[in-house]
Design a protein around this ligand. Structure first.
Ligand code: ATP
Ligand code: BTN
Length: 243
């Protein structure tokens, strides 16, 4: 059964579009745009989305509200990373919990927003922004960033879209059946830029330094501190930074 694809040349935010049109949309429907005037990241941060330089999409999805949600952004990251790898891009890594990196610089972001809960059904929107070529943005992003044209200058954006959506539907279905299963955990360890490296975990109250030991079956990050303690953190609450 076909999914609806809404294409908006200009919009405030494709995530906001889905949130505003839930009643007309079905699970798996997509909203695409060329340019967002108020693209957003986590915690009210801004996602810069100039004209035609990105793949910007949001997907309406539903999940069982009784199951843990924490691993979702990781599964989406793995789907996008594998989609790009399937098009020939090898140097893609993930940064827990929601970033895609190219040679250590931010290539894409994922923003999951919960719309509402109807009994056991959680309605949510999955937003993805992937940089393809951003010649005019050079100085405006306040952290190291990357564009896919660095490694795949010939890649067609429609082809990337198809690969990303195919991988997403497959990986989301597996996540719904099995959560963060052993295959996902292994894939994560292979793709995580900071796996087995020292990282800082920034919480509201403090910064914790330790070695990143990968993720558990809920998608929590496992950090081994200097005194040998193994701590777990949830991606909704903390940020990871290199020390
Ligand atoms: P966290 O690890 O907590 O998620 P983050 O720095 O990745 O932190 P996000 O909210 O995930 O923050 O992403 C928003 C940030 O992404 C912005 O503050 C900006 O630094 C960066 N950013 C904004 N637009 C782009 C873009 N087009 N490409 C790459 N990075 C961008
Ligand atoms: C992040 O790194 O914090 C997440 C950035 C997510 C950006 C995408 S672009 C499509 C969708 N619409 C938005 O307003 N944000 C997401």
């Amino acid at each position: 059964f076909p999914h609806r694809v809404v294409i908006q040349p200009v919009i405030d935010s494709t995530n906001q579009y889905i949130l505003n049109h839930l009643a007309e949309l079905k699970k798996g429907d997509l909203c695409l745009s060329e340019h967002q005037t108020a693209g957003r990241g986590r915690r009210g941060r801004q996602w810069l989305s100039p004209f035609a330089g990105q793949l910007i999409l949001s997907i309406y999805w539903t999940l069982n509200a009784r199951k843990p949600l924490d691993g979702l952004s990781l599964v989406i990251g793995m789907a996008i990373a594998d989609a790009i790898k399937s098009a020939g891009g090898k140097e893609i890594n993930l940064k827990w919990p929601n970033d895609l990196l190219l040679n250590g610089r931010k290539l894409a972001g994922i923003l999951i927003e919960i719309a509402n809960r109807q009994q056991d059904q959680l309605n949510l929107v999955i937003g993805i922004g992937i940089n393809l070529s951003l010649p005019k943005l050079k100085a405006q992003i306040d952290q190291p960033w990357a564009e896919l044209c660095e490694i795949l200058p010939q890649l067609d954006r429609n082809e990337l879209l198809i690969r990303v959506v195919k991988h997403l539907y497959l990986y989301l279905a597996a996540f719904e059946r099995e959560g963060i299963n052993a295959v996902f955990r292994e894939k994560w360890a292979e793709t995580d830029y900071y796996f087995n490296k020292e990282v800082n975990i920034i919480t509201e109250k403090q910064t914790i330094t330790g070695i990143n030991q990968g993720i558990d079956e809920n998608g929590y990050i496992l950090i081994k501190t200097k005194n040998g303690e193994l701590l777990k953190f949830n991606g909704g609450e903390v940020s990871l930074r290199k020390p």
